[in-house]
Every structure is written in structure tokens, then in C-alpha cells.
Write a protein that binds this ligand. Structure first.
Ligand SMILES: Nc1ncnc2c1ncn2[C@@H]1O[C@H](COP(=O)(O)OP(=O)(O)OP(=O)(O)O)[C@@H](O)[C@H]1O
Length: 245
């Protein structure tokens, strides 16, 4: 085959439509069970599950793919937690609780630290997913307080966007009950304190301070009580709060 023929062949192959999966496989809850695993097939499968079946979770092997429904779904209640308790991943429909159960079981069985990595673009649902995972651990392993952060702000993608990275550790005792939790933060978006793009806001805490100042004159923030007018100011108290994040 000449080089020209080879190029033509490659070009033709690239223009071929992607191979279709048998209709029987469309909507499978694990992408790895598809015969042809290419981008159109993945997107189509996720679309069918989300649009036709309201299923926001799909496995891709041991990875859980989640679609943000931007809607409250009745799939996070105590009865759902109990349904996933003791079940292996794959026994029930894909769910963040199944991943949490897997981590909890492995912690018990292998007595080794477990990690769940939550990744996605801004607004994808990472914080909410981590919250549901912690809710699961709290339900099966004792009580855990939800960690509140003040490094959140409104962006064009997410009204409550976490503007920092989080490393959350949940500690279990010998009886596999939660004994504590800690969160380490890093890479805070410091520039947001002095600059916000159009349609975005500064950190929630500053607006909350302004609102509080209306009722607490001793805070000496009186001149900043108009939230619409509020912009960055080299106010010493503001800077101290920022440093404590
Ligand atoms: N499982 C879910 N069910 C219903 N709504 C959800 C779910 N996950 C996310 N959301 C909605 O999407 C919004 C954004 O989610 P979240 O704050 O978790 O995104 P994020 O990935 O942490 O974003 P950022 O990186 O900007 O902090 C939430 O405030 C919530 O309204």
C-alpha cells in the first residue's frame, strides 16, 4: 500500500460513522458492558438513562459517573441508605451510596485507608456528592457533622461554588464508627476577594457580615451595609477574615 493509499484509508475510516451498539445494550448501567465504547456511545447511553429513566448514576467499571439533575430526587433517604447497606457494588443500581458502601466495607475488611476521589467541572455536583457520601458514613458509622465552608461564592456556573480544593478525612475507630472528621483546604481563589467577573460575587461571608452589621453596630461595618453597593475595600477586619479561611 502506498503512502497516499494509506492516508486515504485513514481519512475514510475517520469519516465512517461510529459503530452502533445493539439496542439491547443501550441504557446499561455499566458503560463497560457496551460492545463499542466510544464518545458518542457513552453520551447516548448516559442520555437514555438520564432522560428516559431519570437515572443520574452510571458505572464505568469502578468509576461512578454522575449527571447533575439540578433537581431534588427522592433517592437519598434513609431507606435508600439501608437498601445499599451490605450490598456489593453492582448488586443494585449505580449510586453514590454504593461507592460509599464499597469504601466502608473495604475499610472494615482490609483495615486500610480508603479514598473516594470526586472530580468534575465547576457545578458538576462534587460538593453535593461528597455530602451524600458523608451522610452515608454518618448513617452506617455513627454521627458526623457536615463540614461548612466559607470559601464559597456565586459564579456564573454555580450559585454556591467552592472556590478551593478540599481533602476530607473521616476517621473511624476500631468498631468502624466515625470518631472524627477533618477537612484540609488548599488553592483558595484569593483573587476573588478583589475581583469578580460580571455576574459573579465575592465570598458569601462578606455579604453575611454586611447583613449582620445592620443588627450589630459594634462590628463597625455600618458603611458597607448596602449589599448592592459593596465592593472590595482595604478594611482591616475584612482582611483578617480572609486570612482565617
Ligand atoms: N445529586 C444532586 N441532586 C440534586 N441537585 C444537585 C445534585 N448535585 C448537584 N446538585 C445541584 O447542583 C448545584 C451545584 O453542585 P455543587 O456545588 O456540588 O457543584 P461543585 O461541583 O462542587 O461545584 P464547584 O466546583 O463550583 O464548587 C448544587 O447547589 C445543587 O443545586
Amino acid at each position: 500500500m502506498t503512502t497516499k493509499e494509506l492516508y486515504t484509508k485513514i481519512k475514510d475510516e475517520k469519516q465512517m460513522p461510529p459503530l452502533r451498539n445493539p439496542s439491547l445494550l443501550i441504557g446499561q448501567n455499566d458503560l463497560t458492558s457496551l460492545s463499542y465504547l466510544h464518545e458518542p456511545a457513552v453520551l447516548h447511553n448516559l442520555k437514555v438513562r438520564f432522560c428516559d429513566r431519570n437515572a443520574i448514576y452510571t458505572y464505568c467499571g469502578i468509576v461512578l459517573v454522575a449527571i447533575n439533575p439540578y433537581n431534588e430526587l427522592p433517592i437519598y433517604g434513609d431507606e435508600t441508605i439501608m437498601a445499599y447497606r451490605g450490598q456489593a457494588m453492582g448488586d443494585l443500581d449505580p449510586h453514590i451510596f454504593a461507592v460509599s458502601e464499597e469504601a466502608y466495607t473495604k475499610l472494615e475488611r482490609e483495615k486500610r485507608d480508603q479514598s473516594i476521589i470526586v472530580s468534575g467541572e465547576s457545578g458538576a455536583g462534587k460538593t453535593v456528592s461528597a455530602k451524600y457520601a458523608m451522610r452515608y458514613f454518618a448513617a452506617v458509622g455513627g454521627n458526623a457533622s457536615e463540614t461548612q465552608a466559607i470559601g464559597n461564592a456565586k459564579t456564573t456556573r454555580n450559585d454556591n461554588s467552592s472556590r478551593f480544593g478540599k481533602f476530607i478525612e473521616i476517621h473511624f475507630d476500631d468498631q468502624y464508627r466515625i470518631s472524627g472528621a477533618s477537612m484540609r483546604t488548599y488553592l483558595l481563589e484569593k483573587s476573588r476577594v478583589v475581583y469578580q467577573s460580571a455576574g459573579e460575587r465575592n465570598y458569601h461571608i462578606f455579604y453575611q457580615l454586611c447583613a449582620a452589621a445592620m443588627h450589630m453596630p459594634e462590628l463597625e461595618l455600618g458603611q458597607y451595609t448596602d449589599r448592592q453597593e459593596y465592593t472590595y475595600n482595604t478594611n482591616v477586619k475584612t482582611l483578617i477574615i480572609c486570612g482565617a479561611i
